[in-house]
Design a protein around this ligand. Structure first.
Ligand SMILES: CC(C)(COP(=O)(O)OP(=O)(O)OC[C@H]1O[C@@H](n2cnc3c(N)ncnc32)[C@H](O)[C@@H]1OP(=O)(O)O)[C@@H](O)C(=O)NCCC(=O)NCCSC(=O)C[C@@H](O)CCCCCCCCCCCCC(=O)O
Length: 719
């Protein structure tokens, strides 16, 4: 709702009241309409101020309303009425004015912002465009180039930047509402024609067509199939080329398409999923709201390879004191130089001082004795990690949390090396660790809620989206990657090429297909793991046994490439060829094609034509099936956890919501039916066998994803 009061005798003050972010719900819109009517009808009132309660102007339209029947006064006529009002209306912007919130402010005649406020039109991130006049008013107010930037990226700007653009009229460090009220008194009675943004001409640079073409190309390149950024460019183009009313009509048409699209449903789901993962729970019943984290002031990082360096940078940038440890002096000095460079570059970008003095470097593990939390980031080798954990347990003060940056090793085995296994958790960072948003916080059977809460809180403080997951081989992300990679290899055996498989996956929206991604990560990484698992048979040539391991179909293709020294980008050869080692430009490799032909001939495999559908279904449905197993096993608490991990850690296209949400858009019965089909064709591939939870969900009528947790609970209680 909105509260109406009269202040200073002549100013009508409308306060939006819809905690926590004053979203423009039906009740708030009704409140604004009623309050405006009152303010305009009271002769004593000469001007109006609109503000939000609790220091927040508005987070925009109420996203929760989008899924259902919209009721209450619509936003567009409400904003038009404010702009057309005969008395000046001033927006007092504190905290945030986002999306519809900023569009409301643009309908006001003046905007006063607090210096700490941030404003923006983030609709594109929800698969929408600023559909309450924002795409037409913003370019008229701040010009086409700046409006295009804000609307197509959805980025927020500070009050200072907004003032520079002319988006706000004044900024203040004082009480914004008081300043706005005084301002409103001053402008009372002044003519308003020049203050109605919809009447402004749209200022275009001389080369505006070139600009639109460039932005459209950039957007198409980076959108990876998302439709909203393209519609945003089209809407701003309408502002630049059409009179206001026609531009509004174009905005409405474009919005209508977006509003009913599957992409916006996926992105809205994703918005709430990001918030849901913070409300973590463990199978023991421990939860985010009953487990208090312990403050961490000083942390240590052990092992300063690529991951350790990134983690050190992330911690130092967030203001933590860090002890950074490497065993050899030479490696320590190299790491110090690299970390300093990363901090300096990051600080330059953000216009702040580099946090160099936050880090103490050392070669002696004793130097971590007084830290609150240690993140071990040595090589992915269980024996080595165990040794480090034994040392840490002996050296660290009582109560220190011991965390391992591992991408899939058993946390429990590490916890068993320590005096206090309840203080041990996994912290699986993604490379580069100071850039990638995802953090899997892995709890073992002995990890305490305190340790999980502390690691989750630390993740938040260093700017990560942290997801709490259970302890199993590969945790969530890498466990689901396994069937995906496996299917891709089987497809090569059956006749596909790496280029074709990658093309299909990239058209789907992945930043990189599976083979380009493997080349980037290094083929030797998985090879070492398979060797440790006893799966690699060196110099294997022929025979059925080569393609079977432990009773299941196995493709040795990756092993054979590694035997040739083809480790991917770093060696200049992998599934593709590169101009030189380290180059990132992947080119098809005729050698690889002959190699595949010879391999198939050797194993009497007849190449067949494989189509797009089969690539997508086999790669994605096998991965989704593993996701259902993960839910069934209680490794992830809900589908949102999996989806967040896949979007932030594995470049799953955000506008498809994540693998589990995608399964709902395909239809769970269809996923089940296709898995059954493929499993029948490949009975020696267990990952294609539909899991029980998927069957149960289909049997219970494929409930919406928000209801899955109830079915999962039932399935688990029956175990
Ligand atoms: C605001 C934030 C920056 C705050 O961040 P913070 O970290 O402080 O807090 P949280 O993110 O945890 O949020 C707290 C809490 O609040 C919930 N929440 C936040 N924002 C909203 C919101 N806008 N709506 C609802 N709920 C919200 C959040 O979920 C948390 O609760 P939870 O229980 O989940 O923990 C940050 O929250 C943020 O970034 N918010 C989103 C900001 C945003 O994206 N705003 C834009 C919204 S979209 C919009 O405004 C659209 C408008 O342009 C136009 C609307 C016009 C509609 C017209 C419809 C036309 C239909 C066309 C059909 C045509 C048919 C025809 O014509 O034929």
């Amino acid at each position: 709702m909105a509260q109406y009061t009269r202040v200073s005798g002549s100013v009508g003050l409308i306060t939006l009241q819809s905690p926590p972010v004053n979203a423009l719900s039906a009740a708030v819109r009704q409140g604004i309409v009623d309050s405006m009517q009152r303010a305009l009808s009271e002769p004593e009132v000469k001007s109006v101020v609109i503000c939000g309660q609790n220091g927040i102007f508005s987070g925009g339209a109420d996203i929760k309303e989008f899924g259902g029947q919209m009721s209450g006064p619509p936003l567009i006529p409400m904003i038009h009425a404010i702009e057309a009002a005969s008395k000046p209306v001033v927006a007092a912007i504190e905290g945030i004015a986002l999306g519809g919130g900023l569009e409301l402010a643009l309908g006001c005649h003046y905007r006063i912002a607090h210096s700490k406020a941030r404003v923006g039109l983030p609709e594109v991130t929800l698969g929408l465009l600023p559909g309450a006049g924002g795409s037409q008013r913003l370019p008229r107010l701040i010009g086409v180039p700046a409006a295009l930037d804000l609307i197509t990226t959805g980025r927020y700007v500070t009050a200072a930047e907004a003032l520079k653009f002319g988006l706000v009229d004044q900024i203040t460090d004082h009480n914004t509402v008081n300043v706005a009220v005084k301002f409103a008194q001053r402008v009372a009675g002044q003519p308003l024609d020049a203050r109605r943004i919809s009447t402004y001409p749209c200022l275009c640079p001389p080369d505006v067509d070139v600009l639109f073409e460039e932005v459209m190309q950039r957007v198409r390149r980076t959108a990876r199939g998302a439709i909203a950024p393209i519609a945003c460019v089209q809407a701003v183009r309408a502002a630049a080329t059409l009179p206001y009313n026609q531009g509004m009509e174009r905005e409405r048409e474009l919005m209508a398409t977006l509003f009913t699209s599957g992409q916006t449903r996926a992105l809205q789901y994703f918005f709430f999923a990001q918030r849901a993962v913070g409300r973590w729970s463990m199978p023991s019943g421990a939860r985010w709201d009953t487990s208090k984290p312990r403050p961490v002031h000083k942390a240590a990082v052990i092992g300063l390879g690529t991951m350790g360096r990134g983690i050190t940078v992330a911690l130092a940038q967030a203001g933590f004191s860090v002890v950074a440890v490497e065993t050899q002096e030479k490696q320590l000095m190299e790491a110090k130089q690299a970390i300093s460079g990363m901090l300096e570059r990051g600080a330059k970008r953000r216009g702040v001082a580099p946090a160099l003095d936050k880090i103490n470097y050392g070669c002696n593990i004793q130097s971590v004795a007084d830290v609150d939390l240690v993140i071990e980031a040595v090589f992915e080798d269980m024996a080595l990690k165990k040794k480090v954990f034994q040392q840490l347990s002996a050296v660290c003060k009582a109560g220190t949390f011991l965390c391992s940056n591992t991408s899939g090793l058993d946390i429990d085995q590490l916890a068993c090396q320590t005096r206090n296994p309840e203080l041990v958790v996994g912290m699986h960072f993604f490379a580069p660790a100071h850039v990638m948003k995802l953090l899997e916080v892995v709890y073992g059977p002995k990890s305490s809620p305190l340790a999980v809460a502390t690691a989750m809180q630390l993740g938040k403080k260093i700017g990560k989206v942290s997801v709490a997951v259970g302890n199993c081989r590969g945790f969530v992300g890498n466990r689901m990657l396994k069937p995906y990679l496996e299917q891709a290899l089987f497809l090569l055996e059956e006749g596909a090429t790496p280029e074709f498989v990658d093309q299909v996956l990239e058209e789907f929206g992945f930043a990189m297909g599976v083979f380009r991604m493997s080349d980037l990560s290094g083929l030797d990484v998985g090879w070492k793991v398979r060797m440790a698992d006893g799966l690699v048979v060196p110099n294997s040539t022929t025979g059925q046994a080569t393609r079977l391991r432990q009773g299941r179909r196995y493709s040795p293709l990756g092993d054979l490439l590694c035997e040739q020294g083809r480790f991917g980008q770093k060696t200049g050869r992998g599934w593709y060829q590169y101009n030189k080692p380290g180059s990132q430009v992947a080119k098809p490799d005729p050698w690889l094609h002959s190699f595949l032909d010879e391999y198939r001939a050797r194993h009497t495999l007849v190449a067949r034509r494989i189509d797009h559908q089969e690539v997508l279904e086999r790669c994605l449905y096998s991965m989704i099936n593993e996701g259902f197993r993960i839910l069934e096993d209680g490794i992830a608490a809900g589908p949102e956890d999996i989806d967040i991990i896949y979007v932030f850690g594995y470049s799953w296209p955000r506008h498809r919501g994540g693998p589990m949400f995608y399964a709902t858009t395909v239809g769970l019965n269809k996923v089940l039916e296709r898995l059954e089909h493929y499993h029948q064709a490949h009975p020696d591939v267990p990952s294609l066998q539909p899991c029980d939870l998927l069957r149960k969900l289909v049997a219970s009528g494929s409930p919406p994803i928000q209801k899955w947790r109830e079915v999962i609970k039932k399935v688990r209680s029956q175990l």
